[in-house]
Write a protein of this length. Sequence first.
Length: 298
Amino acid sequence: MPSTTPRRHVHLVPSLQRDLQQLAALSGRRQALRVAGGLGLGGLLPLVGCGGGGADQAGSTDIASASTSTGSSGGTTTTSGSCSAIPSETAGPYPADGTNTASGGTSNALTLASIVRSDIRSSIDGASGTAAGVPVTVTLTLVNSSASCAVLSGYAVYLWHCDQQGRYSLYSSGAVDQNYLRGVQVSDANGQVSFTTIFPGCYSGRWPHMHFEIFRTLAQATSGNNDIRTSQLAMPAEACSAVYGSVSGYSASVANFAAISLASDNVFGNDSAVLQLPSISGSVSAGFAANLVVGVAA
């Protein structure tokens, strides 16, 4: 399986009302998004910058994009009113949610005492190690696709993904003793969860992505068998190109990314992930902010 000069922090300004308006208004642009091949350039989102901070990667390409849309998808999708439920996708072979075995054992990160956390870059509960990579803040806004897109508060979200070398903690060689890049958050009064993580690498055969599971309550977030939706985020192409083309730690991703497209990916291939591409802003040097409105038939 597969440093940066401190610049400025770039934060995406969230607006659930605007996102929901885009969900309805952009439905007629589904074909255009397919043609765009997942670049996520539907429009500019406002940015707020502040000084200070830094990272350990090089590059300064600024990216501001919006990719919120409605439409059919390669997974199982349901639609109600003006929003669609995000497609149900495979959890893949490395969920560490108690539902599969690897090397004769079952891994379940959901039972870790410190798994409820926002910053998922480091290993926890006796494991040591921090995943290197370009910082990304991922914010998911949960809405009820069966009730006029009402926000869903109190729901738990488990997010996990590979490191910059394409390895999954608890499974992959070199990362078996780690549990980084896995964490749980509970949606707030605005239906939002936020994770501080790194930009994932691209391993052979898959478009760069993140996995997540949604649970009705934190108490139920102890096994993947209890989730109400499993899905994936597709990382926008322009951000992938910027990261992989300028940061040495992602060198293995360059050839893998060149050999894959959203159209050829076995998860996102049917419609270029129109419901699973987050809006993204920022740069390699400052880090990225990725936002997605996630519809769930709750």
